[in-house]
Design a protein around this ligand. Structure first.
Ligand SMILES: Nc1nc2c(c(=O)[nH]1)N[C@@H](CN(C=O)c1ccc(C(=O)N[C@@H](CCC(=O)O)C(=O)O)cc1)CN2
Length: 307
């Protein structure tokens, strides 16, 4: 068997087109343009790339992009003061602080300072708690994007056996909550799980979010399963030349693709969905703050997945 390759780039493009259409409609019908503020502290090369992609794509869908690039030595107090200003700024609908933050800054404190209604990352405890209790909330971008890919691949998810490998606050836990909300039977597996290969082999939907290159092996995949690889790991690629690197996921892609029914590649799978859903969340936050109904495209996704 050779798996269907789930095209995250194409899905992200479709999502961005839908966001652009809704932004134009909001401008025409309600006279406002949503604004997304992205805050970067320091010089982490990958973070710099992600932040400039976020700003570029925000503008491409017709929204306002507000970028704050702060020195690596910025104090926690200064960062909290900036967040306070963005919370109070009516032109800002969404606030995202790029992670990881430098070590001298307490990330949890910073994330809790963002107004929950502008928390387009869905990391604030209010949004985490709402998701956990089945209430409507802004949802973390990578898990949300993964759910949209699952919907495009499988349609309804109800009754499916889902295994999430990894229990981070950013991906593993919210992913498990979303799968549960979609009526899957969910297992969260982690470093202390006994007989991890056997647990993974139970999964109709296998989500790998451990941050270890090619950790999930081909013979851990149930034949026909859908594999969502959330990992983005840069590893040496001597076959490309001395000092060269490449991106791989948390799944041994070549081996898993022989067994799976469908699989996300790395790059080009979940990654591109992360920024597209961020734009979607900004649009949703902008509507929510003004008492407007959720844009039709997103209401439909919610209805298909969670009702
Ligand atoms: N505040 C946040 N910080 C971080 C998040 C997040 O969701 N919120 N996620 C990651 C990084 N990230 C966005 O910030 C991100 C990661 C990957 C991609 C992506 O498109 N990946 C491409 C490959 C890109 C490359 O060549 O390097 C792919 O997988 O195809 C976009 C965004 C950590 N921080």
């Amino acid at each position: 068997m050779t798996a269907q390759i789930i095209d995250g780039k194409a899905q992200a493009e479709a999502l961005r087109a839908a966001v652009a259409g809704e932004v134009a409609r909001l401008k025409a019908d309600h006279g406002f343009v949503p604004g997304l503020a992205v805050v970067l502290v320091g010089e982490d090369p990958a973070s710099k790339v992600y932040v400039s992609s976020k700003a570029k794509q925000t503008v491409e869908v017709g929204m306002n992009s507000i970028e704050h690039k702060l020195d690596v030595a910025t104090t926690e107090a200064d960062l909290l003061a900036l967040i306070g200003k963005l919370n109070a700024d009516p032109a800002v609908d969404g606030i995202l602080v790029q992670l990881p933050l430098p070590k001298h800054i307490d990330s949890a404190k910073v994330l809790e300072a963002i107004a929950p209604e502008k928390d387009v990352d869905g990391f604030h405890v209010v949004n985490v708690g709402k998701l956990a209790t089945g209430q409507w909330s802004l949802v973390p971008c990578t898990p949300y994007g993964s759910m949209i890919l699952l919907r495009a691949t499988l349609g309804k998810l109800a009754g499916k056996e889902a295994v999430v490998v990894g229990r981070s606050n950013i991906v593993g836990k919210p992913m498990a909550q979303l799968l549960l909300k979609a009526n899957c039977t969910v297992t969260i597996a982690h470093s202390r799980t006994q007989d991890l290969p056997a647990v993974c082999r139970r999964a109709d939907i296998l989500v790998a979010a451990v941050g270890i290159p090619e950790f999930v092996k081909g013979d851990w995949v149930k034949p026909g399963a859908t594999v969502i690889d959330v990992g983005i790991n840069r590893v040496p690629a001597p076959e490309k030349g001395e000092g060269k690197t490449k991106l791989v996921g948390d799944v041994d892609y070549a081996a898993a693709a022989e067994v799976a029914g469908a699989i996300t590649p790395v790059p080009g799978g979940v990654g591109p969905m992360t920024i597209a859903t961020l734009l979607g969340n900004t649009l949703i936050a902008a509507c929510q703050r003004r008492g407007l109904a959720a844009p039709a495209y997103f209401a439909e996704i919610d209805r298909d997945l969670f009702r």
